[in-house]
Design a protein around this ligand. Structure first.
Ligand code: TRP
Length: 335
């Protein structure tokens, strides 16, 4: 007997267009996985509001942008169900029930949350919606009966939190209607920013977007941080922390050539411009067809796909929620 098909759930916050960090970190992986697994991709607009509650229009506007990015890289809506979190109110219902099963101190101990609290300067006073987003994320995963979440190691605490909630729920209500989930570890390292910052991110303004024009990509590549002490071509240079090499590692398919360029660079005699020209060519080749596909999709078409996907997910949500309500016993019939 063959193994049952894996059910994958991942998502992105629609806070801006997606960039090359998303491409190597998750999009590429999703394009592969959609052929062998049942795949659900959620546009986490509710979760985005935990950061952007004062600018909901910004989140709403970016939903279509994210769908267009998905389609442009080859996520196929016939194979992958793309849907919008806020349009499934059952998620809020499940979140509410799960919130009773976790303490605020446990949430504050979640390493991901701890880190993000620091980043946002929330130490003094944490918005409750923000603190509780791991619980909402546990609802995202369990409501649609996902078996696996493809993600990096940094998501491990989220999965652990989810499984704790699942066990607690099933134990408390003597049921098995929620299922534990596994992290499906993706090995691609996180892409650094073009300024050498540890993470490429939209908010830091140091990312190359899938929707960037050819000129912008060119400018960004030529502005990349290399080794500030590598002044003359003949100087020996550092390859660690050197953004051009980090991107060549991620995008150049000729690994042997990258290794020999690194050796040359360390020894001296290889200029930044030569490397940047090579990287620019590779990225232009990668992004040209993505850009072409992206402009061929209208906002209306993108939203139609997400709304269609949401309908399908709504059916799964209602089924699970019915089982959940039955398990808790919150069922009222006047007869
Ligand atoms: N937290 C993810 C992000 O910031 C988005 C997300 C929401 C998600 N719900 C999820 C990812 C469930 C995996 C599973 O990008």
């Amino acid at each position: 007997m063959s193994e049952p098909k894996r059910v994958l759930l991942t998502g992105d916050r629609p806070t801006g267009p997606l960039h090359l960090g998303h491409y190597v970190g998750s999009l590429q992986n999703r394009v592969q996985l959609q052929h062998t697994c049942e795949q659900f991709v959620m546009i986490a607009d509710m979760q985005a509001l935990t950061d952007y509650f004062e600018r909901p229009e910004h989140v709403v506007k970016n939903v279509a942008e994210v769908v267009k990015d998905y389609l442009a890289v080859g996520i196929d809506p016939k194979k992958t169900t793309i849907f919008i979190q806020s349009q499934i109110p059952e998620l809020c219902e499940l979140t509410m029930l799960l919130l009773n099963l976790v303490t605020t101190s446990r949430l504050q101990r979640n390493p991901t949350i701890k880190n993000e609290i620091q980043l946002r300067g929330f130490e003094e006073s944490i918005p409750a919606g923000f603190l509780c987003y791991p619980v909402s994320q546990a609802a995202d995963i369990t409501l649609f009966r996902a078996t696996h979440v493809p993600a990096g190691e940094d998501q491990a605490p989220m999965i652990e939190q989810t499984n704790e909630l699942v066990r607690r729920f099933n134990h408390t209500y003597k049921t098995d209607c929620l299922c534990e989930v596994e992290l499906m570890l993706s090995k691609t390292p996180r892409l650094i920013g073009i300024d050498g910052n540890a993470k490429a991110s939209k908010s830091l303004g140091n990312a190359i977007f899938l929707s960037d024009s050819a000129e912008t990509v060119h400018e960004k590549v030529f502005s990349m941080y290399t080794d500030p002490n590598h002044i003359r071509v003949s100087d020996p240079g550092k390859t660690e922390g050197n953004v051009v090499f980090a991107y060549l590692d991620a995008f150049d398919s000729d690994k042997d050539e990258v290794e020999s360029l690194k050796a040359q660079y360390r020894k001296g005699g290889l200029g930044d411009m030569t490397l940047k020209r090579r990287l620019d060519e590779i990225l232009q080749t990668l992004l040209a067809p993505v850009r072409e596909k992206r402009v061929a999709v209208t906002d209306k078409e993108a939203l139609e796909i997400a709304i269609e996907g949401t309908k399908k997910m709504k059916t799964i949500a209602q089924n699970t929620m019915e089982a959940v309500r039955n398990a808790v016993g919150i069922v009222y019939r006047a007869e």
